[in-house]
Ligand binder design. Structure first.
Ligand SMILES: [Zn+2]
Length: 225
């Protein structure tokens, strides 16, 4: 599924989400043709990106709505880490895979700031060396759904990188709560919007900006940027 992009427009103190600007307001029926909307429609940015175009990032591969909704850090999402050319390293039962395709629709957590040149220059070496360790060799250690899986592989790598930067390690809970869950929630909400719009043409909610006296309030999407 490659969803159309979602746009949001405001009318009648409602936020109206849709794929196309309608001819008339679905709430009050007023015709939009030849008229200016009070606010220009804005596009709602997709929370998904092509993982192969996101160097040095943590990726979550699932595009399944239900899996995203129930995600708690232990469910069966598949995760991986990209190198600087967008090859996705991911740990499976048969060891570490290096994939140049298949991760085109991901939730992505960038791991390197654009100015971290020295880290970036060593990234591929770190990742390759890390992936060749005994821990991820199926003949030494076996994959475990709960405790030795793609998520632990990715997080252990992130912690190795943090150690090289003299930064403290992240626990699984911290990483999940701070970096993964907010993005997963956004993705899940976006998928819900797409589903509603596909079924009903519109998804309409009370505008949260209605009562704030200070102009358009920050919405979740811009806060998470
Ligand atoms: Zn209206």
């Amino acid at each position: 599924m490659d969803p159309k992009s979602v746009i949001r427009l405001s009318h009648c103190d409602k936020d109206i989400y849709c794929f196309f600007v309608p001819d008339q307001c679905p709430e009050c029926g007023v015709s939009f043709s030849g008229k200016r909307l009070e606010e220009a429609p804005v596009s709602v940015p997709s929370p998904f990106s092509n993982g192969h175009k996101e160097p040095c990032a943590f990726l979550v591969a699932s595009t399944e709505d239900s899996v995203l909704r129930d995600f708690d850090g232990s469910s069966d999402l598949h995760t991986g880490i990209t190198n600087t050319s967008g090859i996705v390293y991911n740990y499976t039962r048969s060891g570490v895979q290096r994939e140049a395709q298949g991760w085109e629709r991901c939730v992505c957590v960038p791991l390197v700031q654009p100015d971290m040149f020295s880290l970036m220059s060593q990234w591929d070496q770190y990742l390759e060396k890390f992936s060749c360790a005994h821990s991820w060799d199926p003949s030494c250690h076996s994959f475990n759904e709960e405790s030795h899986n793609c998520y632990s592989y990715s997080l252990t790598f992130i912690n190795c990188v943090l150690a090289t930067q003299s930064k403290p390690a992240l626990s699984k809970d911290e990483f999940t709560r701070s970096f993964v869950l907010p993005r997963i929630k956004r993705a899940s909400k976006y998928l819900m919007l797409c589903r509603e719009i596909s079924q009903n043409h519109f998804y309409i909610v009370d505008s949260p900006r209605r009562n704030s006296g200070e102009g358009p309030s920050e919405d979740e999407d811009s806060k998470n940027k």
